[in-house]
Design a protein around this ligand. Structure first.
Ligand code: BTN
Length: 332
């Protein structure tokens, strides 16, 4: 029985959460014997699912584990292309590197790579991304947008906007965007985005978007030096009675991102600027941006129609920055 059937079985259980499903009916639906079905249920139990089993009535799903396994993710996703090609690893060097390898072999748009841990997780500007097993959500996906290289940075912002909606909807926390690729909660970094474009002369062939979210980290899991004080969902939600599950985040993100991206492809970036303004932590603050070539300081005045950051310089003039890393923010 291939993975597709496990996904289908799980879909059926999830659509009837409060009642027993007859073993006989399920077995005949999939053209297998009752013993065959029992074996499949046993496999699902090995993955961590818990069923209430009553000989007369059948099976009832009573516990869904925190699982990024395809059976769990694919039975919840409501997308038409995001995650339809789904690669799941216990451990990998970097999900971005793997997504790049797959994209070079023509993996389609929406291909998703997820790992429980990364041995060489990468952040922006050559930094490392701490990726201890099962603490965070580490995933990457392939996009093949018909846009020019200059518009590619808008995909980072679109991802950030989808993440903000995902985390606010699920956990009601005040997540904000620190342009262009950080998500922060009250000044502490909770997630980062690493976008890597693959170019052909003058043309964007594909873009890999990598997302790292600190989920179950305790304060002492954050070993090393950090540009911004890090935080996690667990730390932020410690006094609330909320169950945090990484699959909820991935599935909700996928559903939201697919819709955002399709709108973006039809209507462009312009409609998103207001949302970026509303969710940006930088506007009105005095910041220093490292563009790789120079450091520029000024007041973050606005975002340009293309997604760049407009700084008001101490001289009074304005400068637009396309790509950069905000190193310092004066929060007052
Ligand atoms: C940053 O804030 O500098 C970006 C961090 C991006 C980390 C994610 S984790 C999943 C994906 N794989 C990687 O190697 N990096 C990204």
């Amino acid at each position: 029985m291939s993975e597709r059937y496990f996904v289908e079985i799980m879909r059926i259980f999830k659509s009837s959460p409060d009642r027993e499903l007859s073993g006989e009916e399920l077995a005949s639906q999939f053209g297998i014997t009752r013993t065959g079905l029992w074996k499949k249920i046993k496999k699902l139990e090995e993955l961590g699912y818990v069923f209430d089993k009553k000989p007369k009535y059948g099976y009832r799903l009573i516990l869904v584990p925190d699982l990024l396994h395809p059976v769990e993710i694919l039975s919840d996703l409501k997308t038409s292309w995001f995650g339809k090609h789904y690669f799941y690893y216990e451990e990998i060097d970097s999900t971005n590197t793997e997504a790049m390898r797959l994209a070079l072999k023509e993996s389609p748009e929406g291909t998703v790579v997820v790992a429980e841990s990364q041995t060489a997780g990468r952040g922006r500007l050559g930094r490392k991304w701490l990726s201890p097993p099962k603490k965070g959500l580490y995933f990457s996906f392939v996009l093949r947008p018909p846009i020019g290289p200059r518009e590619a940075p808008q995909l980072t912002l679109l991802t950030a906007l989808a993440l903000v909606d995902t985390l606010r909807e699920l956990y009601q926390i005040p997540v904000m965007i620190k342009w262009p690729n950080d998500l922060v909660v009250e000044g502490k970094k909770i997630a980062g985005i690493l976008a890597e474009a693959h170019m052909e002369p003058q043309k964007l062939r594909f873009v890999i978007i990598g997302v790292g979210i600190n989920v179950f980290h305790n304060q002492n899991d954050f070993i090393g030096e950090f540009r911004y004080p890090p935080t996690s969902l667990l730390i932020e939600l410690h006094d609330r009675n909320i169950t945090i599950r990484r699959q909820d985040i991935l599935v909700n993100f996928g559903n939201i991102f697919e819709e955002f991206y399709e709108n973006f492809l039809t209507s462009g970036w312009q409609p998103w600027i207001e949302k970026l303004r509303e969710t940006s932590i930088l506007l009105g603050k005095f910041v220093t941006v490292n563009t790789g070539r120079e450091k520029i300081s000024g007041i973050a005045a606005d975002f340009s129609p293309t997604g760049g950051l407009i700084l008001q310089l101490p001289s009074g003039g304005f400068q637009e920055i396309w790509i950069g890393d905000v190193e310092q923010v004066t929060w007052k």
